[in-house]
Ligand binder design. Structure first.
Ligand SMILES: NC(=O)C1=CN([C@@H]2O[C@H](COP(=O)(O)OP(=O)(O)OC[C@H]3O[C@@H](n4cnc5c(N)ncnc54)[C@H](O)[C@@H]3O)[C@@H](O)[C@H]2O)[C@@H](O)CC1
Ligand SMILES: Nc1ncnc2c1ncn2[C@@H]1O[C@H](COP(=O)(O)OP(=O)(O)O)[C@@H](O)[C@H]1O
Ligand SMILES: [Mg+2]
Length: 289
């Protein structure tokens, strides 16, 4: 059987490198995020903020039009599209390095229609991060997995819905078997998140209950999206680094705060990543200091 490999900060140094001088925004990937219905606009805004702050080159957010102004007031770097416009969404999904679908999408008929449209336009060259409502809808409606390098980011209940394994029965063996059936990467979120891949199972050994705040997973989905778009040569490493960085930054913030607001992680990322690009030689004790 597989033994879990514990993730260390080495994954950050492996993935986060100085940017090449001869580069432009296109070098760092295009990401299209789809989600945020009338009630859950915050979820897709948090995911988009994470993607921008993680360094994705071009970020487009497909969401309910009611969220356009809040999105732009929080995050002028992101472009907006109406998620009800099937043709426009298709045009934004097709060329993306990474697609993130699900944060705040909701689970009604409109949400399902939007999800099916996204799934119809992904391709195998892309990373497709499937989170939140998109996982719940896939499970409920029995949707087939779309084309792409698929990365699911379920919490334990979403994983129960998708895999059929009850939370109490979610052992490493059962989870691995379910992952193999899907042929996708599964980031099973909980205290000490586990990442199931074709070859190995990884475990996060950092992270804090100060992260138990709504929007924390939406932020992770945006970071996973941002990292896979930006560090697209090594998508699996990028996923692992995003998961590690998310909790490493949270732990630092939690040293002086009782809870961590998800957007604070995103806003701390540019400074955090600057420290990481210098590699192991530098004194990196206290990532945010
Ligand atoms: N500001 C916003 O707009 C927010 C929107 N959100 C969106 O709301 C939608 C529904 O997601 P939810 O996760 O809230 O609801 P779900 O109904 O999908 O999952 C929550 C249920 O799962 C159970 N559960 C068991 N183990 C759990 C675990 N380890 N972590 C979390 N829940 C666990 C909970 O008790 C609860 O019954 C998603 O699209 C999500 O992205 C949430 O992210 C909250 C913030
Ligand atoms: N007690 C905890 N310890 C460590 N991490 C936690 C804890 N509680 C929640 N988290 C993290 O917070 C995130 C919650 O994700 P999720 O439930 O999808 O949130 P949301 O959908 O509200 O954004 C996951 O990354 C999870 O690992
Ligand atoms: Mg979630």
């Amino acid at each position: 059987m597989f033994t879990m490999e514990k993730l260390t900060d080495q994954i950050l140094f492996d993935v986060i490198k100085p940017r090449p001088k001869d580069s432009f925004k296109g070098t760092f990937g295009k990401i299209t995020l789809v989600g945020g219905n009338k009630n859950f606009g915050g979820a897709i805004i948090m995911a988009s903020t994470a993607a921008v702050c993680a360094g994705a080159g071009l970020v487009t957010t497909c969401t309910d039009p009611i969220n356009a102004s809040p999105l732009h007031s929080q995050l002028p770097e992101a472009m907006f599209a109406d998620f009800n416009d099937d043709e426009q969404v298709a045009k934004l999904v097709e060329p993306a390095t990474t697609v993130v679908v699900g944060p705040g999408l909701g689970d009604d008929q409109q949400s399902l229609h939007i999800l099916k449209n996204v799934f119809a336009h992904t391709s195998n060259q892309q990373n497709v991060v499937i989170d939140g409502s998109a996982i719940t809808l896939m499970a409920r409606e029995g949707l087939s997995q779309p084309a792409g390098n698929i990365i699911y980011t379920p919490h334990q209940m979403e994983w129960q819905r998708l895999s059929g394994i009850k939370i109490a029965d979610q052992s490493e063996e059962r989870n691995k078997a379910a992952q193999a059936k899907l042929g996708a990467t599964v980031v099973l979120k909980k205290h000490h998140t586990e990442i199931y891949t074709d070859d190995k199972v990884y475990q996060l050994t950092i992270g804090t209950p100060a992260q138990a705040v709504g929007g924390m997973g939406d932020t992770l989905a945006g970071m996973v999206g941002g990292f896979t778009a930006e560090f697209s040569q090594h998508p699996l490493q990028a996923v692992l680094a995003a998961v590690y960085a998310h909790s490493a930054v949270a732990e630092q913030i939690a040293e002086s705060q009782y809870i961590v607001l998800p957007h604070q992680i995103s806003r701390a990322l540019p400074t955090f990543m600057k420290k990481m690009e210098k590699g192991h030689d530098e004194d990196h004790i206290g990532f945010l200091n």
